[in-house]
Design a protein around this ligand. Structure first.
Ligand SMILES: Cc1cc2nc3c(=O)[nH]c(=O)nc-3n(C[C@H](O)[C@H](O)[C@H](O)COP(=O)(O)OP(=O)(O)OC[C@H]3O[C@@H](n4cnc5c(N)ncnc54)[C@H](O)[C@@H]3O)c2cc1C
Length: 539
């Protein structure tokens, strides 16, 4: 029998329906919340989880009554998996996700590039894991509920005011509009952010011309999980097609449209089925399939000039729109939440000044520009914007058919973690290191002799990883503000991977990024780096 609490406009995914519950404010109670998260998509939900791991309960305001529609972001990067691990969601995620390493690019009928992403026994996670966004969001909702995060469904932000260190939001609900007070608001309300509009903020940058049709199909094919891209295939002449396998036998097909294609015609189910059928015939895929979801997509490189506006912080698509090629959309949104979470927590707990929150925008905007640079290249490759670009792209593809040297030009570089090397919170190296993550980079994974991984040591506190013997006492570190946890590493493989000698140390932020390292650490050096990493000093 059909469950009345699910939406059924997908043939293959039962959308859970979450009810509106009258909040205390509607019963006349005045509460000032520490943090209100406006928007319960991946970035908002992860931010709420990040806050919860530091003991801060936030309220999430979500306009819809269920999770997002269709696969949308399907590929989660290794770095994002580490963020999920920190938030206790990696196991249910991996129970369903499909991990992968390889990809193949074709020019017409020729294979021109075999992608192999870096992977080794030192890594806990594969470079990529595919799980459609609607399933992923449901996992995040369940985890948030288990941690006591209050998610207010069918509640839409329709007004915002800031004064004297407090933010007021007007929330429209099925029953009435009410006002919600918070010390901090995180705007995670997506690409068409209402908060951005209400605050009169504009995105700047450029939009790419190409349009793509994105479709989910159900197909029980046994073809292995990898990224496949076709350029100028007979099934879509002059254009590209991308295919990804996802969980529960759902496959994602993206194909570029011609500039003259009419959107309404292209969105018609019969038309989509015909085009996808043509491509599946072309690649020799014989498995029966059915269509489940279709959307049009355009690539943008747009962002806000400042992700902080007083006590309102913009994260995810509300802060920036990045092209999805190279799996950069949702992964960069998750990194925003990971960056802002510990900073908000430190300021709320009184272990860092408000100035720490000023570092969020420069760190994450620098990451956004890095994404723009890489994703714009991928987008121009997928859909060359001019005749000149088309000639260049096709020349590279033609050369790659026969020549190894040309294959590097057609490498579909995938999203990579960003190093906060230029951040004011990062202490530059004063000692020579020939290996190991540089200050600003996320901790590099190393498998330890006991079967655990070095990255498992990231915690809610700053961590000092000390290699070999040290004269620094754990009690001296625990007495610092905020307290630092000492972890001694004696594993020979890790010592080599981090170019460490006895007494060498890496100081790691709660988001897993290294903020300083020394060949010979002392408590004074650690204190100075900690002050810098929490914006209490910049030297
Ligand atoms: C068709 C499509 C395909 C995509 N494919 C990919 C892909 O292959 N790879 C990739 O990495 N990314 C992809 N993306 C992008 C990816 O989905 C986003 O980057 C990601 O969802 C960003 O997460 P977010 O939480 O910032 O925003 P969203 O997921 O958009 O979440 C915003 C949330 O805020 C809620 N909301 C909106 N307004 C209000 C309001 N006024 N009050 C309260 N709540 C509000 C919305 O209901 C929503 O739940 C795709 C996007 C689309 C649309």
């Amino acid at each position: 029998m059909h469950d009345p609490h699910t939406r059924t406009d997908s043939l293959y995914f039962e959308y859970p329906l979450f009810p509106f519950v009258k909040p205390p404010e509607m019963a006349g109670q005045t509460v000032t919340h520490q943090v209100v998260v406006a928007g319960g998509g991946p970035s908002g939900l992860i931010l709420a989880l990040e806050l919860a791991r530091f003991g801060i309960k936030s309220v999430v305001i979500e306009a819809d009554e269920t999770v997002s529609e269709g696969s949308r972001a399907a590929c989660v990067s290794r770095r994002s998996m580490e963020i999920l691990q920190a938030n206790g969601v990696e196991k249910p995620f991996l129970d369903q996700a499909l991990e992968w390493i390889h990809g193949t690019s074709y020019y017409r009928e020729h294979e021109v590039f075999r992608l192999t992403m870096p992977h080794s026994p030192d890594e806990r996670f594969y470079p990529m894991a595919n799980l459609q966004q609607n399933i992923f969001e449901e996992l995040l909702v369940r985890r948030a509920e288990a941690l006591g995060v209050e998610i207010r469904w069918r509640s839409k932000v329709v007004g915002v005011r800031q004064s004297r260190g407090e933010v007021e939001l007007d929330i429209d609900t099925p029953e009435d509009v009410y006002t919600l007070r918070a010390r901090y608001v995180v705007a995670s309300d997506g690409a068409r952010s209402e908060l951005r509009r209400l605050m009169g903020l504009k995105l700047s940058g450029e939009s790419h011309e190409g349009r793509y049709l994105i479709a989910d199909i159900k197909m029980a094919s046994t073809y292995p999980t990898e990224r496949r891209a076709w350029f100028d295939p007979a099934s879509n002449p002059g254009k590209s097609v991308l295919v990804h396998k996802m969980a529960r036998d759902i496959w994602r097909v993206d194909y570029a449209l011609d500039p003259e294609d009419d959107e309404e015609t292209e969105m018609q189910e019969d038309r989509v089925k015909a085009r996808i059928g043509r491509h599946l015939d072309y690649i020799g895929e014989k498995t029966p399939w059915t269509l489940d979801w279709i959307r049009l997509y355009k690539a943008h490189c747009l962002c806000l000039d400042d992700y902080r506006q007083g006590n309102v912080f913009f994260i995810g698509d509300a802060a920036h729109l990045v092209p999805i090629f190279g799996v950069r959309g949702m992964n960069s949104s998750m990194a925003d939440a990971n960056n802002l979470g510990w900073k908000l927590a430190a300021v709320i707990h009184g272990t860092a000044p408000d100035a720490l929150l000023d570092s969020y925008s420069p760190e994450r905007r620098a990451a956004t520009f890095d994404v723009f640079a890489n994703a714009a290249k991928s987008t121009r490759f997928m859909t060359p914007p001019t005749h000149g670009y088309t000639l260049l792209r096709d020349a590279a593809l033609q050369l790659a058919v026969h020549h190894d040297f040309a294959r590097q030009w057609v490498n579909p570089r995938q999203s990579a973690p960003y190093d906060y090397v230029a951040s004011s919170l990062t202490t530059p190296d004063s000692d020579p290191f020939f290996a190991g993550p540089r200050p600003g980079a996320p901790l590099a994974s190393v498998k330890l002799a006991d079967g655990s991984y070095l990255t498992d040591l990231v915690s809610e506190r700053f961590v000092l990883l000390v290699f070999g013997k040290t004269s620094i006492a754990a009690s001296a570190l625990a007495a610092l503000q905020p307290p630092v946890t000492l972890q001694t590493v004696t594993d020979a493989h890790a010592i080599a991977a981090y170019d460490a000698i006895d007494g060498a140390a890496y100081l790691v932020r709660p988001d897993g990024h290294v903020c300083a390292r020394w060949k010979s650490a002392t408590a004074d050096k650690v204190r100075a780096a900690l002050e810098r990493a929490t914006a209490r000093s910049n030297s």
